[in-house]
Write a protein that binds this ligand. Structure first.
Ligand code: NAD
Length: 401
């Protein structure tokens, strides 16, 4: 079975996804083969160059062409959040399997429509998944296994932080990630969404309510060099700042405490102002029988504390998550031969291809991603209400299926 993939967007995530589509069938023995059939971008010259560099058979400059073609089976959405809903809804309506980058959408309303469309399309065997790739880091999947196997006992605390520092300089230009109409939110939806999904995945518990603070430390920034106005701001990380300025309309940092439905208390911190922290994602979980810690900067490792050992032997131990019986690792290298960031995307494609080929539902589903969106929405509402306690709308009632 061959799956002909069409991917929209070819910058950061486009490159990461291309690497994964290219690699996945060479590493894993799967019931279907992905073919990198078509890539889409708006500028013909740039997308032609990207197709050649990233290894795609052909290119187009209109995503509507990509989603409507009969020779495309899978649509991979790697664009900013303001186009996720439109592209994914059109692709699902055209009967394509859809992988959509996170956060699923810019608003709860869009996410709700996407989850409903995915549920309808599923009846005809069409699969959809949201790209929370950190679930696919073997050590993260191993954390989940430890929790599911009862090795941590009753979960009491979740402590999660995702910290970056790329906009500490007030002269850093107003790229799309700093505009609400393009990105939906700032650090909250970009990196906070990852730790919301990751902790819910690992613990099997869902966030039921939050109390939040958010802040925009730098409220006005230069427009990127060469742009003539907000609508023209360049994608991703700009090359430089121009003389004109515009308002930052998203949060620079978002912090919240939360309750999980299994009784745990949790704290979350997402910031782009953590000077010195480049892409620092750290999660610690404390349970009645032990604790576990994951740090993305040491992504092949877990720290595990087993409180059932004799007291004289207790202490945090380091598990090197590279054994063949660790999640995802059997197809890679011999034990001790470590992997990196990009492999999480290969694992994501592996799970998606397998689900399509075997007719099962991949996770996280659009409904799971809608639930993350509902948490983001509760955080925003709580912050607007002076941190007052705000319940997360239950995901089950959010999609009428
Ligand atoms: N999973 C992760 O860890 C992770 C990391 C970074 C970004 N993301 C998500 O991936 C998505 C893209 O982010 P990025 O960092 O790759 O952004 P980027 O700015 O690097 O790339 C965006 C791409 O989309 C293209 N694009 C924009 N609008 C388009 C349209 N209408 N039609 C066709 N192409 C269009 C741009 O030309 C560019 O190629 C976002 O949703 C973001 O949140 C996920």
């Amino acid at each position: 079975m061959q799956l002909r993939v069409g991917m929209v967007g070819y910058a950061f995530m486009g490159a990461a996804h291309s690497q994964a589509w290219r690699t996945v069938n060479r590493v894993y023995d799967l019931p279907a083969r992905a073919r990198m059939a078509l890539i889409c971008g708006r500028d013909a010259g740039n997308v032609a160059e990207a197709a050649d560099r990233l290894g795609w058979d052909a290119y187009t400059t209109d995503w509507r062409d990509l989603v409507s073609r009969d020779d495309i089976d899978v649509v991979d959405v790697c664009t900013p959040g303001d186009s996720h809903a439109e592209i994914a809804l059109a692709a699902l309506a055209a009967g394509k399997h859809v992988l959509c980058e996170k956060p699923l959408a810019n608003t709860v309303e869009e996410a709700r429509a996407m989850a409903a469309a995915a549920a309808t399309a599923r009846a005809s065997g069409v699969r959809s998944m949201c790209g929370f790739n950190y679930r696919r880091v073997p050590a993260v999947a191993m954390m989940r296994r430890l929790v599911a196997d009862g090795r941590l006992g009753v979960i009491r605390h979740v402590r999660a932080a995702y910290l970056q520092d790329w906009i500490v300089d007030p002269q850093f230009p107003l790229v799309w990630r700093l505009q609400k109409d393009r990105a939906g939110s700032g650090a909250l939806g970009d990196i906070g969404a990852h730790i919301i999904d990751l902790t819910q995945y690992v613990t099997g518990q869902r966030i039921t309510g939050v109390s939040a603070v958010t802040e925009t430390f730098v409220k006005e920034r230069p427009l990127p060099a060469g742009s003539s106005g907000l609508a023209a701001t360049v994608d991703g990380h700009a090359d430089g700042a121009g003389p004109a300025t515009g308002p930052v309309t998203v949060d620079d940092a978002a912090l919240f405490v939360a309750r999980l439905d299994g009784g745990a208390l949790a704290t979350y911190e997402a910031s782009r102002f953590a000077t010195g922290r480049k892409n620092a994602l750290r999660v610690e979980i404390n349970g009645s029988l032990g604790s576990v810690v994951f740090d993305l900067e040491r992504l092949n490792e877990l720290e595990f504390y087993d409180a059932t050992l004799p007291t004289a032997e207790q202490g945090f131990s380091r598990i090197l998550v590279t054994e063949g019986d660790h999640p995802y690792m059997s197809a890679w290298w011999p034990p001790g031969h470590i992997i990196g960031y990009e492999h999480s995307f290969t694992h994501q494609m592996r799970d998606f291809i397998e689900a399509i080929a075997t007719g099962t539902d991949p996770e996280p589903s659009f409904a799971d991603a809608l639930q993350v969106q509902l948490v983001l929405d509760a955080v925003v509402r709580s912050a607007e209400l002076g941190s007052s306690w705000t319940d997360v709308e239950p995901a089950l009632t959010a999609v009428a299926v």
